[in-house]
Design a binder for this molecule. Structure first.
Ligand code: AMP
Length: 400
């Protein structure tokens, strides 16, 4: 298979560069950006282009507007970028219309232009070639640095690459890093390789679990999905989240783990409550003793200890999915303690999924992880072993 071409592999000096970014940042009701990690993570690619005497046109979507809607304007992003880069960012008032074309034509070396929200154009999500052609006509080179959208065949991600020759399209530094850490590491991990998987449902992670099984040495399962496995093992789990239709599949996964000699860990105790709410009364119970009208909403302290021991000899750790309902303080301890344990491990540690990245941030461990992926859905699809459309179109470099 060909390799993904990197921005370093092509000549960009003095050229006009289109960079597809993922500026889909969370905002409050007053359009204040509440988390700018996604903006910050594209800065190295922008700076590299500036160092090479380029002019830059940035593309991104934000939210899911139905047509043009000021609430979804990228103006707040332009402002934040301006501050992060300490230089002016010109804002176009449309995506591929008069404003974008006029501003793009005027760009001089070192200028930065941000186009309006790509989703103001209906064609974007339809992988429309006309829109792709219009966007491509604005610049000489196309760089994709938006890992978070690579699992979508959208106009600015997939179709657009048809309008650039092989020496004029590549992955930016962020995308390259995502591929190196997540995809390449899965192929040749240093062992023991431990996967920590959580989140709400088995159904959401079924394909990922099946893809991970033959690759890892241990799997630690927490979160709501653990209860379908526990039920499959014959435990009574009360009102905990269970997917009845996946009980047989859960048993198959446990059986397959055994055949492959993968150590499969489930919680031994949980933090249980009678209601799904932040202020419910809680108790710690073993998984053998969950009362029929209670539900498990986090892993318990004994599970944390066992998971910690299982992580102790790991050389590579992949974490995707919280261990409990971390949005409520009372049920966030399990996730936070596992975050500490992973960050302290002398291992390569890779965190995927938006919720898990939030837990790590809250736990104050972000700087201690080897790599935190910026893409939720895209990370999961990589874990599932899928080739993402946005990455496939950049596999144009022959392996040496
Ligand atoms: P996912 O989107 O599948 O990665 O799951 C993330 C969600 O799983 C978070 O919003 C958590 O609140 C939720 N979650 C984790 N543990 C549990 C649990 N024991 N019961 C119900 N929901 C859970």
């Amino acid at each position: 298979m060909s390799l993904v071409q990197s921005i370093r592999d092509i000549d960009i000096s003095g050229k006009k560069i289109l960079i597809r970014c993922d500026f889909n940042v969370p905002m409050d009701e007053f359009q204040n950006i509440t988390d700018d990690r996604r903006i910050k993570s594209v800065v190295p690619t922008i700076r590299y282009c500036l160092d090479n005497g380029c002019s830059i046109i940035l593309l991104s979507h934000l939210g899911r507007p139905k047509g043009i809607d000021e609430k979804f304007s990228l103006k707040p992003v332009a402002k934040r970028l301006q501050r992060l880069l300490d230089r002016d960012v010109i804002m176009a008032t449309d995506v591929a219309g008069n404003s974008a074309k006029t501003e793009a034509a005027k760009l001089k070396k070192g200028d930065i232009l941000l186009l309006e929200n790509l989703r103001f154009e209906k064609g974007e999500t339809k992988n429309d070639e006309e829109l792709a052609k219009e966007l491509a006509s604005l610049a000489d080179v196309y760089i994709n640095d938006a890992f978070g959208v690579c699992h979508r065949a959208h106009s600015s991600v997939e179709a657009i690459t048809k309008f650039f020759s092989n020496n004029a399209k590549a992955a930016g530094f962020l995308l390259q890093k995502e591929i190196d850490f997540q995809q390449n590491l899965m192929k040749k991990p240093i062992r023991p390789f431990v996967a920590v998987v959580g989140g709400s449902k088995v159904s959401g992670k079924l394909q990922a679990l099946n893809n991970l099984l033959p690759r890892v040495d241990k799997i630690l399962v927490g979160g709501g999905m653990a209860f379908t496995f526990l039920k499959a093992r014959g435990y009574e789990v009360g009102n905990s989240l269970v997917e009845e239709d996946l009980i047989e599949e859960a048993n198959n996964i446990i059986k397959k783990a055994k055949e492959l000699k993968v150590k499969f860990y489930l919680p031994v105790d949980v933090i249980a409550a009678q209601t799904f709410s932040a202020d419910s009364v809680i108790k710690i119970v073993t998984t053998q003793e969950i009362p029929s009208d209670w539900m498990g909403l986090d892993i318990g302290p004994a599970t944390v200890r066992i998971f910690k021991e299982a992580l102790a000899d790991a050389q590579t750790i992949l974490w995707n999915g919280p261990m409990g309902v971390f949005e409520f303080d009372k049920f966030s301890k399990g996730s936070i303690k596992i975050s500490h344990a992973i960050s302290e491990a002398h291992a390569t540690t890779i965190v995927g999924g938006g919720d898990t990245a939030d837990v790590v941030e809250r736990a104050g461990n972000s700087d201690e992880m080897t790599f935190i992926s910026t893409g939720g859905g895209a990370s999961l699809e990589l874990l599932e072993g899928k080739e993402l459309p946005g990455i496939r179109v950049l596999r144009i470099k022959e392996e040496s």
